[in-house]
Write a protein that binds this ligand. Structure first.
Ligand code: NAD
Length: 508
């Protein structure tokens, strides 16, 4: 079986990539476990040497990587470079700078009742991490979790999307060029059957990015063997514009946030809510900005093609559903006029969209922007939260106090004020969703720690014969009762505390 890499912008067949034979799943795991015993035994400094080389290889091959991502997805090279390649290299930089501090043992306080001991948290790699990634940011969404897992001493099996197999192959080659030891990162090529076979191969952790539907299937399979997971799923992100916002900036921001990567972004602006008093003006601005966008695949184009033919059909279905319910297409083309054998779709702005239309409820994942008016701050919050998702949100106002107040009420993994999407580009911030947008967070120091067992360590110098709470219990109950009452009472009674403590100690 082969995967055929096709340039979605032209339909041109680029390459055939051999699919991983499901019969080889166990061999992948055996190789990974063998590599784990060596890789996890390296010091952090030794591991960091490999990441330094990976960063150098990627910095040198930046143009090649961006062009490959563009070819495989149909996105314009600028989108590939800015939103896929840059955040990936930034995350390697984060590992280089912060992994030591994040994964070194952390000393923590020891309560008085554990007198004489010290405590710390240690981070131990989990083993083999399975990373399953989607096609929309095929480099970043595969490499960032893979790099984070590897940094902690895990080995990784990566199952990239079958829709973008060229990037999967490129990732394999980048790790080889950086000289990573054999089988530390293995790439399994294929679709859902291959992904499912690897989930059932019992990895020690699953990091999944993709749709809610697949996320639920994976979570069920993982539960069977109690395999911990992180799920990064879909979004239907709100973009709230108050009348006092910088409207020119907000309109330009909305158009970028809605149409970057042709709208195939889990955290794109998918529902725009605009204060009623500026609604007509704002819609005009959106139309003007949208009409100025250039479609194509060259370096100067703004919007590339869609990546996955099936997604174009979902966009068509959502747009037709909204139109049938009375929505107005302000700019863009009616689906009846779309070119059938092309994945280029002109960006659309829609108004008069009923709140129960598919385009307001389900993930459209395409270049269409519904705009809805609101009258009060409370209504804006209610509209924004009226979704099963909660990945990202954006609030626009010159009154930062109000913007912060609204942000605090949004049930969302991230909120950006007077900008959009870019929280994902700061590796110091946690990334992940609320509600159906996922389970867990990554990025930042916790994004390195999730791939490790947190081990609680208590150290006693071992000089006493016994501890006060050990056997025999005879005569200890009243002493413990006095000790705890004196310690936990509203006012601490240190005299009673030390007296009981010394009596307990004397029994040693
Ligand atoms: P998808 O769920 O169809 O596929 C994602 C990956 O899962 C692919 O590699 C696919 O081969 C694999 N897969 C599919 N079925 C499987 C199964 N039964 N067992 C194991 N693996 C299986 O998603 P997609 O269409 O590739 O990506 C688009 C979706 O991803 C959108 O919903 C989008 O919102 C979401 N997404 C989320 C984030 C995030 O960080 N939250 C980022 C990007 C995309």
């Amino acid at each position: 079986m082969v995967l055929v890499a096709v340039n979605p912008a032209t339909g041109e067949r680029i390459e055939e990539i051999e699919e991983t034979d499901i019969g080889k799943v166990q061999t992948f795991y055996e190789n990974s476990r063998r590599a784990f015993s060596r890789w996890s035994g390296l010091s952090l400094d030794e591991r960091l040497g490999y990441f330094r080389r990976l960063k150098k290889v990627m910095a040198e091959a930046m143009d090649e990587i961006a062009k490959t991502v563009s070819l495989d997805t149909g996105k314009v090279p600028t989108d590939a470079l800015v939103s896929d390649v840059m955040p990936t290299i930034e995350s390697i930089e984060f590992v280089l700078k912060h992994v030591k501090k994040s994964l070194s043992p952390q000393k923590v306080k020891t309560p008085l009742l554990l007198f004489g001991k010290t405590s710390c948290v240690e981070y131990m790699p989990r083993g083999v991490v399975l990373v399953i990634s989607p096609w929309n940011y095929p480099l970043q969404l595969a490499m960032v979790p893979a790099v984070s897992a590897l940094a902690g001493g895990n080995t990784v099996i990566l199952k990239p999307s079958e829709v973008t197999p060229l990037v999967g192959k490129l990732i394999e080659s980048l790790f080889q060029r950086a000289g990573f030891p054999e089988h530390v990162l293995q790439v399994a090529h294929g679709g859902k059957e291959v992904g499912s076979a690897f989930v059932n191969g019992k990895p020690d952790y699953i990091f999944f990015t993709g749709s809610v539907k697949t996320g639920k299937i994976i979570q069920k399979a993982a539960a069977e063997h109690l395999i911990p997971t992180t799920l990064e799923l879909g979004g239907k992100d709100p973009f709230i514009v108050f009348a006092d916002a910088n409207l020119e900036r907000a309109a330009k921001g909305a158009v970028w946030a809605a149409f970057t990567n042709c709208g195939q972004v889990c955290m794109s602006a998918e529902r725009i809510f605009v204060e009623k008093s500026v609604f007509p003006e704002f819609v005009e601005r959106l139309k003007e900005e949208t009409r100025s966008l250039v479609l194509g695949q060259g370096e100067d184009a703004d919007i590339g093609s869609m990546t996955f033919p099936g997604q174009k059909e979902i966009v068509r279905e959502h747009v037709l559903d909204a139109l049938a319910r009375g929505a107005k297409l302000e700019t863009g083309e009616h689906p009846d006029r779309w070119t059938e054998d092309s994945l280029f779709v002109k960006p659309m702005v829609m108004t008069n969209v009923p709140l129960d239309a598919k385009i307001m409820k389900e993930e459209t994942f395409g270049p269409v922007l519904p705009v809805v008016p609101f009258e009060t701050e409370e209504e804006a919050v209610k509209l924004a939260n009226d979704t099963e998702y909660g990945l990202n949100a954006s609030v626009w106002s010159n009154d930062l106090e109000r913007a912060r107040r609204v942000a605090a009420k949004l049930v969302s993994g991230a909120v950006v004020i007077n900008d959009a999407v870019i929280s994902v580009a700061n590796p110091h911030l946690p990334f992940g969703g609320a509600k159906n947008s996922g389970i867990g967070r990554y990025h930042g120091k916790d994004g390195l720690r999730i791939f490790c067992h947190e081990k609680a360590l208590v150290i006693d110098r071992g000089r006493l014969k016994r501890e006060v709470q050990w056997y025999p219990y005879k005569g200890t109950y009243p002493l413990f009762l006095r000790l705890f009452q004196s310690y936990f009472g509203e006012r601490k009674n240190w005299f009673a505390f030390f007296q009981s403590f010394l009596r307990l100690m004397k029994r040693n």
